[in-house]
Design a protein around this ligand. Structure first.
Ligand code: NAI
Length: 417
């Protein structure tokens, strides 16, 4: 008989294999417990990789309170496994309604965390709006996604942010990998699984050419899609053009697209005017954080009939006979569709590592910052990058003394031109 496997019945086992940076933190801090005495609130999409991030904070000594950052992306087996451990408490279950999601986040905050790692700024916004006594004792926080940074910037402009928050999303180690590669691959994978339809040969309209849109468009083209990009920022539009995508206004793109993927962090990107122009059978998916990018209320009111031809697909039957297919109710297609598991684990390894070092720096190293939104120090970003390279067995060069000196001088006496 082979030895009994420890993988059996452990929903985190597979993800652990693909999260070596987090495991390196577990190994390094598992005995010294540098986060001992702190209570960290953690909001994110609750599936296996997130579970490894939560157990890493716990291994490093923190008590962890966790909640979803999106009501529909929770995996119940992961929640149950984590909640069973002393020092980890779940405010989550699979299939929450929007109201239950809000209530659970409030309940978590009533337990008085002193650090908040957020995804979409829901916990941070709620603690400021409704739990001022708790906010007064929060040492700091970190924010994982673009739309959360936008909200934090608004809070900072209004002067209401009461503690320092690291903009984890804005670090190279986060957005070059998570937003570009993670969102790109997982959105297309989930669209393909949900529809069982080919990307190759389709006219794929990507709305927004930021980090996420860039990854989606590049990978869709790699799969043989004919890519079209829509933008509101002239520099991003030019970048898309120079990268080889067709760029046009959404009014035009609406007429030609077979598949639409929105990744803007903005609302009503696809709306009535566009639904009126779309082809029969068009597929609509959202990869932005909130379910506001595709105006599903407009689809609902325009349609004569609404059906579910396949799990995860809502089909709107227009009075003129066209059928428009909305995936995952317009929520994050890579996280809330049937069978969706979010980003590949290797990608979330770097994102969660950045969240971990944000907490470690303020809680264990005791670095104090003014209330407000802060960039993660470059040294932490480089440290995570180096750890990642180590786990991949990739070595890189060091600058020689002469090369460093060349960077440090401005006169360059030995230049030959
Ligand atoms: P970004 O700020 O880099 O890019 C957004 C782009 O959308 C910008 O270039 C902006 O000019 C453009 N845009 C805004 N309104 C538009 C409109 N009406 N039409 C066309 N383009 C428009 O943001 P990033 O990092 O690409 O994130 C986009 C969204 O995706 C955010 O909501 C973010 O939170 C979310 N996100 C989702 C992930 C997922 O797992 N699906 C992972 C990471 C981020």
């Amino acid at each position: 008989m082979p030895p009994e496997s420890t993988d059996e019945g452990d929903p985190l086992a597979w993800a652990r294999d693909y999260t070596p940076i987090l495991r390196s933190f577990q190994a390094e801090y598992g005995e010294s417990k540098p986060l001992d005495g702190h209570t960290v609130a953690f909001a994110s999409h609750l599936e296996a990789k997130t579970g490894v991030a939560i157990e890493t904070l716990h291994e490093a000594g923190a008590e962890v309170l966790f909640a979803p950052s999106e009501p529909q992306s929770t995996h119940g087996d992961v929640v149950t496994a984590l909640d069973a451990r002393d020092g980890i408490t779940a405010f989550a279950w699979e299939g929450m309604t929007d109201e239950e999601f809000d209530n659970a986040q409030h309940e978590l905050l009533e337990h008085g965390p002193d650090f908040i790692l957020d995804d979409g700024c829901e916990l941070i916004a709620k603690v400021h709006a409704d739990h001022p006594d708790v906010a007064a004792n929060v040492i700091g926080g970190g924010e994982q996604t673009t739309v959360g940074i936008t909200r934090l910037e608004a809070m900072e402009r209004e002067g209401v942010l009461q503690f320092p928050v690291y903009g984890v999303n804005d670090t190279p180690m986060k957005r070059y990998f998570d937003n570009v590669h993670g969102t790109g691959e997982s959105s297309l994978t989930n669209i393909a699984i949900t529809t069982n339809s080919i990307i190759s040969g389709k006219d794929v309209v990507v709305c927004g050419y930021g980090y996420c849109g860039r990854g989606i468009a590049r990978k869709a083209r790699g799969m043989g899609g004919q890519t079209i990009v829509t933008e509101v920022d002239p520099r991003k539009a030019l970048q898309a053009h120079m990268d080889g995508h067709r760029v046009m206004e959404i009014d035009e793109a609406s007429k030609v697209g077979d598949l639409f993927i929105s990744a803007t962090g903005n609302r009503n990107v696809l709306r009535t005017d566009h639904f009126e122009r779309m082809k029969d059978g068009a597929i609509l998916a959202n990869s932005g954080h909130f379910d506001v990018e595709i105006d599903s209320n407009a689809l609902e009111s325009m349609a004569d009939d609404v059906t579910t031809p396949k799990e995860g697909i809502t089909r709107y039957h227009m009075p003129d006979g066209r059928r428009l297919n909305l995936l995952a109710d317009g929520r994050l297609v890579n996280l809330t569709g049937p069978h969706s598991q979010g980003h590949p684990a290797e990608v979330m390894d770097t994102t969660f590592a950045m969240m971990f070092v944000a907490a470690y720096e303020m809680l264990a190293e005791g670095v104090e910052r003014e209330p407000g939104l802060h960039s993660i120090p470059d040294r932490l970003d480089r440290e995570v990058a180096s750890r990642k390279l180590d786990t991949l067995g990739i070595s890189i060069d060091d600058l020689t003394e002469s090369q460093q000196a060349y960077y440090d001088e401005w006169e360059h006496p030995d230049s030959s031109f």
